[in-house]
Design a protein around this ligand. Structure first.
Ligand SMILES: CC(C)(COP(=O)(O)OP(=O)(O)OC[C@H]1O[C@@H](n2cnc3c(N)ncnc32)[C@H](O)[C@@H]1OP(=O)(O)O)[C@@H](O)C(=O)NCCC(=O)NCCS
Length: 308
């Protein structure tokens, strides 16, 4: 049995008894201190181990976060800066999503590393990508990426590899003309060849995949969107081609697309590592309240992965 997966019994009240977790590889998950345990909730929760090749996706549905738990998280988790930012949102839905996002990130990182949720510190790269500032010496290569739509917050976590993730609500207004102006010519051709009624969904297919890539590279929209093109021919694996100016190769990346909820579409881009097959798991979580492992039902992908 893969012990890193054994901490998923939920609700959290039914957590396993306290013990250090010995992993198949012989490595040990790190036992959090009592203060970290207390910050994660009232009961003991087995720490999770992240091996090279593990890609853990965490899904939080914004509407599922109970008001009482959000209020408690606001008090216990947010930093002073985050509170100021929280207060600047005009719409309640944006404040709520912000709180779920910050809580999810802090909660999830503390599930792997014995640092209490409020103690995480982040710094942004010149392109705005957040990274851990107080890196734990025992887990130096942990990387993560966040995406949020109105209804869903996604967090992807892996180690020693780049990762990008994007989620969009299927009900959102789709700006098809953005494709004409910014997508690669071959993508525009694939999109516009479809009957008009099918174009919005295909636009979101391209959009999420393209965002997952620019986010994995960490450079956001400084990467011209027409310098890489996906081929989404029906029934075929996803392929990508790069303009030589990007200095990238398709072999470096794997892509998957799936629905984290009935109302949303997501794409994941993970850097390939020689000899290592990605092991992808998905958990639904209400931060500090519950976790549940759910299936990873791939709609389309470019590479093989093991799923849990
Ligand atoms: C990074 C970027 C792509 C974010 O896209 P977005 O769709 O607005 O937002 P998402 O919810 O998917 O992602 C936001 C998160 O990405 C992360 N992020 C920010 N800059 C990033 C970067 N350079 N690289 C990777 N991740 C980044 C942050 O964690 C951010 O969440 P946070 O502010 O709550 O911490 C940004 O460059 C952007 O402004 N995009 C505009 C959307 C667009 O035009 N897309 C065209 C796609 S075809």
């Amino acid at each position: 049995m893969d012990r890193r997966r054994s901490g998923n019994a939920l609700p959290i009240a039914s957590r396993a008894p306290r013990r250090a977790v010995r992993h198949l590889s012989g490595a040990r998950a790190m036992t959090p201190s009592s203060s970290v345990q207390a910050a994660l909730g009232p009961q003991w929760l087995e720490p999770l181990l992240l091996r090279e090749g593990d890609v853990d996706i965490w899904v939080a549905l914004v509407a599922h976060a109970p008001d009482a738990s959000l209020a408690a998280q606001f008090d216990s988790v947010l930093t002073a800066d985050e509170r100021i930012r929280h207060g600047k949102f005009f719409f309640d839905k944006d404040r709520r999503r912000y709180l779920v996002t910050r809580s999810l990130v802090r909660y999830v990182l503390s599930r792997y590393i014995p640092i209490a949720p409020p103690d995480w510190r982040f710094e942004a790269t010149e392109f705005g990508r957040p990274a851990i500032a107080n890196v734990h010496p025992d887990v130096p290569g942990l990387t993560f990426n966040i995406s949020h739509s109105d209804s869903v917050v996604l967090l992807g976590v892996t180690r020693d590899a780049q990762l990008g993730i994007d989620v969009e609500d299927l009900q959102r207004r789709v700006p098809l003309d953005v494709a004409d102006g910014y997508f690669a010519a071959d993508e525009v051709r694939q999109l516009r060849a479809l009957p008009p009624a099918l174009q919005p969904a295909r636009f979101l297919d391209f959009w999420t995949l393209k965002e997952s890539y620019i986010k994995a590279r960490g450079k956001g929209l400084s990467i011209p969107l027409d310098q890489f093109a996906f081929d989404l021919s029906d029934g075929a694996p996803v392929t990508v081609t790069f303009d030589p100016r990007l200095g990238d190769t398709p072999e470096r990346w794997s892509f998957w697309q799936w629905r984290p909820s009935a109302e949303s579409l997501a794409a994941l881009c993970v850097e390939n590592k020689r000899g290592i097959t990605a092991r992808i798991s998905v958990r639904r979580a209400v931060p500090f309240v519950s976790e549940q492992t759910v299936g990873f039902k791939v709609l389309r992908g470019s590479g093989f992965c093991k799923t849990l």
